[in-house]
Design a protein around this ligand. Structure first.
Ligand code: FES
Length: 106
């Protein structure tokens, strides 16, 4: 499969300021985008602990804190950073094409 297959434009670069998190949808999949020091990252938006949207949480450096029970994930790797979250969160490749933020979610 070509590397060009599967990329979806999910937002404009201007919609995601530095230090912010934004929830987007690809089909029925909810994805959180993060701007960490100008670099964009993407993870699943649904916390692995229970049902909460990480895009409603707080981005602190490169860690997202879940709004429901304050579980934390490292957004570059998806690594769960301790209780109550035990399961890492899925990450997705991100690229910028002009002003478009594209995610490969397949
Ligand atoms: S739902 Fe995210 S920490 Fe519990």
């Amino acid at each position: 499969m070509s590397d060009e297959v599967g990329w979806v434009t999910v937002a404009q670069r201007a919609a995601l300021a530095e230090g912010e998190v934004l929830g987007v949808e690809i089909g029925d999949q909810s994805i959180a985008l993060y701007n960490v020091d100008g670099e964009i990252y993407a993870t699943d938006n649904i916390c692995t602990h229970a049902f909460a949207m990480l895009s409603d949480g707080w981005l602190d450096g490169d860690c997202i804190e879940c709004p429901l029970h304050a579980g934390r994930f490292e957004v570059r790797t998806g690594k769960a950073l301790g209780p109550p979250v035990e399961e890492d969160i899925k990450t997705f490749p991100v690229r910028l094409v002009g002003d478009d933020i594209q995610v490969k979610a397949g």
